[in-house]
Write a protein that binds this ligand. Structure first.
Ligand SMILES: [Zn+2]
Length: 284
C-alpha cells in the first residue's frame, strides 16, 4: 500500500516508543509531580504537547482500578477523566469486572519516559482488555500486574483460549464514548472483530489496527471544545468498517522478507515542543 495512503489511514504519533518523541525531553520521575495551575489548557504541535490544569483519574472508582501506579501516569483533561469514569460505570453495569487503567498523561503532559509519543496532552488513555474476574486489590498489589496478551505469538490471530465476546462488548463501549477519535488495538484483535461481529457494525470504523496493543486498547479523544491550541488529530478513519485491504496490510507484512538494516545515520532531529510547554514542564 502506498505510504501516502497508509499515512492517511493510520495516525502518525500514537503509542510509539519515547525515543522517537519530541525534543528528547524525557521527563521521568524528576519531572513535575503536580499539574500546572490555572484553567484547563492544552497546547501542542506536531512535536507533542502539554496540558495545564489537568486532573487525575482516581486509583479506585466504580468499575475501575489503576494499575502500575509507580510506572504510569493518570492525568488528563477533565473530559477525558469523565469519559473513562463513564466507561467504567457502563462496563460494570454490563457485568464486566473492574477495568484496569493504564497510562494517561504526566501531570503536565509532555513526553512520557519509556512510553509514548502520544499521551502528551491528556486526551489519550490505555485501558487493559482483561475481563477475567479480578478482586479489588490495594494499589500496591497492582504494581506488577501484567494483563495477558490476547494475541497469538505469531501475531496472526487472537488466542482463542483467551478471547471472549465480552472483549467486543468492551471495545464497542469505548467507541461509543463522547468525543472519541479512534480506538487502537492489535491487528489480530481488529480481525477477530471483523470476522465475528454481526448486526450493527458501524462502530468497527473507529477500531483501528496498530503496533502492539495486544493486551490493551488505546482510546484517543478529539480535542475538547474551546482548546484552540490543541493540534488537530490525524485524519478521521475513512468510511467503512476497516475490514479491508488496510487491515490485510498488517498481515501481509508478516510474510514480507525482512528488509536489510538501513545504514546508520544521525537520527532526524525531532520537532520541538512548543516553547510554552517547555516552560510549563520546567516550572516548579
Ligand atoms: Zn496508548
Amino acid at each position: 500500500m502506498p505510504a501516502n495512503r497508509l499515512s492517511r489511514l493510520m495516525p502518525a504519533r500514537l503509542c510509539l516508543p519515547a525515543f522517537l518523541s519530541a525534543a528528547g525531553l524525557f521527563l521521568a520521575a524528576a519531572g513535575p509531580t503536580t499539574p500546572a495551575p490555572g484553567p484547563v489548557q492544552i497546547i501542542g504541535n506536531s512535536g507533542g504537547g502539554c496540558i495545564q490544569g489537568a486532573v487525575r483519574l482516581p486509583d479506585d472508582a466504580p468499575g475501575l482500578q489503576t494499575v502500575r501506579v509507580g510506572k504510569s501516569n493518570f492525568w488528563g483533561h477533565p473530559d477525558t477523566i469523565d469519559r473513562l469514569l463513564q466507561l467504567a460505570r457502563t462496563a460494570s453495569a454490563a457485568g464486566l469486572p473492574d477495568l484496569y487503567m493504564g497510562d494517561l498523561s504526566n501531570p503536565r503532559g509532555g513526553p512520557m519516559p519509556g512510553g509514548h509519543v502520544s499521551h502528551q496532552m491528556g486526551i489519550d488513555a490505555d485501558v487493559y482488555l482483561d475481563i477475567n474476574p479480578h478482586p479489588r486489590l490495594p494499589v500496591a498489589a497492582r504494581e506488577n500486574l501484567e494483563p495477558p496478551s490476547l494475541v497469538r505469538p505469531d501475531g496472526r490471530a487472537v488466542d482463542q483460549s483467551r478471547w471472549r465476546p465480552e472483549h467486543a462488548t468492551l471495545l464497542r463501549m469505548a467507541t461509543q464514548l463522547p468525543g472519541v477519535d479512534r480506538v487502537l488495538v492489535n491487528a489480530a484483535i481488529k480481525k477477530q472483530l471483523c470476522t465475528t461481529v454481526s448486526g450493527e457494525r458501524g462502530w468497527l470504523r473507529m477500531i483501528r489496527p496498530w503496533y502492539g496493543h495486544a493486551s490493551h486498547m488505546h482510546i484517543s479523544f478529539l480535542c475538547p471544545a474551546g482548546q484552540a491550541e490543541c493540534p488537530p488529530r490525524p485524519a478521521p478513519p475513512p468510511p467503512g468498517d476497516g475490514c479491508d485491504a488496510s487491515l490485510q496490510w498488517w498481515f501481509d507484512r508478516l510474510d514480507a522478507p525482512p528488509k536489510p538494516a538501513p545504514p546508520v545515520t544521525k537520527p532526524p532531529r525531532p520537532p520541538a515542543l512548543p516553547a510554552a510547554c517547555i516552560a510549563m514542564l520546567k516550572a516548579p
